[in-house]
Write a protein that binds this ligand. Structure first.
Ligand SMILES: [Zn+2]
Length: 180
């Protein structure tokens, strides 16, 4: 049981809403297992209501929207970074997340934000048709989105995600060492 506890992501229970400017950031947060809603087509009023009702932390670069969220006592992070990585560091630092890790078992679908279901090779059925032969051979299990049914597997992107997590964790550690 202990190893299961240790593997749990430190951000369990946190949920975000990324505004229309941050689709790419939303996809990255989902891949790291964070529940991140996103819409490119709802009004600021709807965003504030949605975040308030669903208790989601608003992620926005829009200063006015950020100020309005504070007035409504909605948790929010004002993003000013030029890259998704810089914005992720700011989000995690403000949410007191000390480190992250890429774990394919807890990743969410980058397209629709739903959880993924682990599938052994023999459970894939006809789905094997859509997996490149090399990936099919190299992996013993796959993950399928419970919503859009897209199938994912650990591929070459894993090294890049591990490296992104490591780099973010180093920055978070550095920030935590700076006295207030
Ligand atoms: Zn999906």
């Amino acid at each position: 049981m202990k190893s299961v506890e240790a593997k749990q992501q430190p951000f369990r229970g946190l949920a975000f809403f990324a505004d229309s400017m941050h689709g790419s950031l939303a996809r990255k947060l989902r891949i790291f297992g964070m529940d991140t809603a996103y819409s490119s087509s709802i009004t600021d009023e709807h965003i504030l209501n949605y975040c308030s009702i669903q208790r989601r932390i608003l992620l926005t670069s829009d200063k006015e929207l950020f100020k309005r969220s504070l007035k409504k006592r909605i948790g929010s992070v004002h993003l000013q970074g030029l890259t998704d990585k810089a914005n992720m560091v700011k989000i995690f630092a403000e949410c007191n997340i000390k480190n992250i890790l890429y774990d394919s078992a807890s990743a969410r679908c980058p397209i629709c934000n739903l959880e993924l279901e682990k599938k052994e090779k023999k459970e894939l059925g006809d789905l094997y048709n859509i997996i490149p032969p090399k990936s099919y051979l190299l992996n013993s299990h796959f993950y399928q989105c419970k919503g859009c049914k897209k199938v994912y597997w650990e591929g070459s992107h894993k090294a890049a995600l591990d490296s992104l997590a490591e780099s973010i964790n180093q920055e978070l550690y550095t920030i935590s060492c700076i006295p207030n």
